[in-house]
Design a protein around this ligand. Structure first.
Ligand SMILES: Cc1cc2nc3c(=O)[nH]c(=O)nc-3n(C[C@H](O)[C@H](O)[C@H](O)COP(=O)(O)O)c2cc1C
Length: 207
């Protein structure tokens, strides 16, 4: 089987982690790297990764995450924050990230105009900036989980949380960031749950 397919089959939403097993530092750094290398719309890297390791903080986090045991029993917990203020058109952050491309000024201006126009016609009518930034964060989430699986490391994506609760526990500056999603990494304790998926023919159409 191809390595990517093996990783896809290995990954499942791990409900029960072995609290005794810790991910080696080098492996966890790789997982963070999978997030960092993820694609994002206009290359705005809408994410910030908060690694929550302090036991007391983990316990408080669990309380605002539906009391899910993965939060305290896993090896590492990452809260992915979505940058919403920074990615607003016209911000210094947007200019700085575009400037990395070393484009001539007219091309840079064209990019900034396109960015602002895209925001006006394709984002703002359908969702707020936090939702748009969160979509990008989920790409990082997926790459981190599948990448971890390729290394034999389990994960559980977690949306079962109170957004203001998590932001309060972590002291997030809500004017700049919002919690997109939480993800726990570690090693399974027990069997993988059966995979439930609809057949491909129910999901795909050709035109
Ligand atoms: C964004 C997202 C949020 C999720 N939140 C939770 C959660 O809070 N708790 C949990 O146990 N599983 C959570 N799941 C896991 C899903 O229930 C699971 O991925 C789905 O049932 C498919 O199972 P599988 O991932 O094992 O193939 C979440 C999954 C995703 C993608």
């Amino acid at each position: 089987m191809q390595p990517f397919m093996q990783a896809m089959n290995f990954r499942h939403a791990c409900k029960k982690f072995d609290p005794e097993r810790k991910i080696p530092d080098a492996d966890f750094q790789q997982i963070l790297e999978f997030g960092r290398l993820s694609p994002s719309s206009f290359g705005m890297e809408h994410w910030r990764f908060v690694v929550v390791q302090t036991p007391g903080l983990r316990a408080r986090l669990r309380e605002v995450c539906w009391n899910q045991p993965q939060i305290t029993d896993s090896s590492h917990v990452v809260v992915i924050l979505a940058k919403h203020a920074a990615v607003e058109p016209g911000s210094n952050y947007v200019k700085t990230l575009f400037a990395r491309r070393n484009l001539p000024q007219d091309a840079m201006d064209a990019y900034l105009d396109r960015y602002a126009a895209h925001n006006e016609t394709e984002i703002a009518p359908y969702m707020n900036t936090f939702a748009w930034a969160s979509k990008q964060c989920y790409l990082a989430l997926a790459n981190m989980m599948t990448g971890a699986a390729s290394m034999g490391i389990d994960s559980c994506p977690i949306e079962g949380f109170s957004k203001p609760g998590v932001e309060d526990v972590l002291g997030v500056d809500a004017s700049q960031y919002g919690v997109a999603v939480v993800v726990a990494f570690g090693y399974r304790a027990g069997e993988q749950t059966p995979r439930l998926r609809q057949p491909l023919e129910d999901l795909v159409e050709y035109r």
